[in-house]
Design a protein around this ligand. Structure first.
Ligand SMILES: Cc1ncc(COP(=O)(O)O)c(C=O)c1O
Length: 373
């Protein structure tokens, strides 16, 4: 056997939410609800679909390497300069470009535990050292993150709102934190769920970008825009960082269909407003039921909720799979009795609650009074 790089030892493949096709094969079910990967249950803008059909005429041509037309359009919307933007094959790719470009063997990278797993994996691939700081009540411990910064620290990740807990950090605390992160440490704010956050406590970090040239903000078209399959996300940062990342990225990392759909999606404000409103309703419906069932949950600012079902998450996950509902069990994320469910359409939310209620009363599981933590 040819030896791989030693950094790869101990790194496992990303474990995604179970695909619908896989569950269909396994259980022979016809109706499956996927409430596992925080996709948009309301689809995408019809303008995006139309733009994709149109762009298919250009399928034989490579795209431009830096999506300049989309960059100009998005930059104008965001009130930044287009040279502060980089697009990626999903924001996943930008996370990788950042670690590829900035992390040397032995560099420390500070992040919360538990947060989006790709930060840690990409740091390990580069031979960096992930320094994980425990959460406080499902929320980033900003003081803890600051204390974990040493002379060896090269990068800090803050996922806001956080995946998998859905929580945000408070405005003033985050402002103070950003101020205190040393200027030679790259601060990566992952805002994949930005559009869903409606709390007064949610800080608009973009307004601080020019003041903090060490800050990078990541967002995506995969979530509220409903374009997860096309793979397109973006990062906002100092042009000097964009310049470095562009050296590392693949030449045609963002495909034409993704560019066209993203560009068209920016024209459809109504779709966004509708999705956000529906999600807010779904959030209310689910939390109302969780409260009624006496289940604790983290306050979410996203399109998913983490709820404590009081039983081993794997068991509840398996039972939901039997009912054709795919969610994410928390034991994979350090929360052994919690599950993460993506807020769906009304009918999906109702089916989920119906099945969950049944499962929690099933005989195979201990009765309610005996439930442990
Ligand atoms: C916090 C966070 N960041 C980044 C991503 C990656 O998104 P994408 O690569 O689809 O843009 C996700 C996807 O689930 C996420 O939850």
């Amino acid at each position: 056997m040819i030896e791989p790089r030693p950094q790869l030892e101990g790194i496992s493949m990303y474990s995604p939410g179970k695909p619908i096709e896989e569950l269909q094969r396994e259980k022979g079910l016809t109706k499956i609800l996927k409430m596992a990967s925080n996709e948009n249950p309301f689809g995408c803008s019809p303008l995006a679909e139309e733009a994709i059909r149109e762009e298919m005429k250009e399928m034989t041509r490579y795209p431009e390497t830096t999506s300049p037309a989309l960059a100009l359009k998005l930059a104008a919307r965001l009130g930044i300069s287009s040279d502060q933007l980089i697009f990626g094959n999903g924001s996943d790719e930008i996370i990788r470009l950042l670690t590829r470009s900035y992390i040397n063997q032995g560099d420390e990278v500070v992040m919360a535990s538990v947060t989006f797993p790709r930060y840690k994996t990409n740091v390990l691939i580069e031979g960096g050292i992930p320094v994980e700081v425990g959460m406080k009540n499902g929320t980033h411990d900003l003081d803890g993150l600051l204390r974990a910064i040493t002379n060896e620290t090269k990068m800090v990740f803050v996922c806001n709102p956080n995946n998998p807990t859905g929580t945000i950090v408070e405005r003033q605390a985050l402002k103070d934190f950003i101020e205190q992160v040393p200027s030679n440490v790259l601060l990566v704010m992952d805002e994949a769920y930005y559009e869903y956050a409606d709390s007064k406590e949610y800080l608009e970090t973009l307004s601080l970008l020019d003041d903090y040239p060490n800050m990078v903000i990541l967002r995506t078209f995969s979530k509220v825009y409903g374009l997860a399959a096309l793979r397109i996300g973006y990062g906002m940062m100092h042009p000097g960082i964009v310049h470095q990342l562009r050296k590392v990225k693949d030449p045609f990392n963002v495909n034409r269909l993704a560019e066209a759909a993203a560009s068209a999606s920016l024209e459809d404000e109504a779709f966004l407003i509708e999705t956000i409103a529906e999600n807010r309703e779904g959030r209310r419906y689910l939390t109302r039921h969780f409260e009624d069932m006496g289940l604790d949950y983290f306050t979410t600012q996203t399109n998913f909720i983490m709820v404590d079902v009081g039983f081993p998450a794997e068991k509840v996950y398996e039972e939901l799979l039997n009912a054709g509902i795919i969610i994410r069990p928390g034991h994979l994320m350090g929360y052994p009795t919690m599950i993460r469910v993506t807020i769906g359409q009304d009918e999906e939310n109702e089916s989920f609650i119906r099945e969950l209620r049944q499962i929690l009363n099933m005989e195979v599981l201990p009765v309610k009074e005996e439930r442990g933590g």
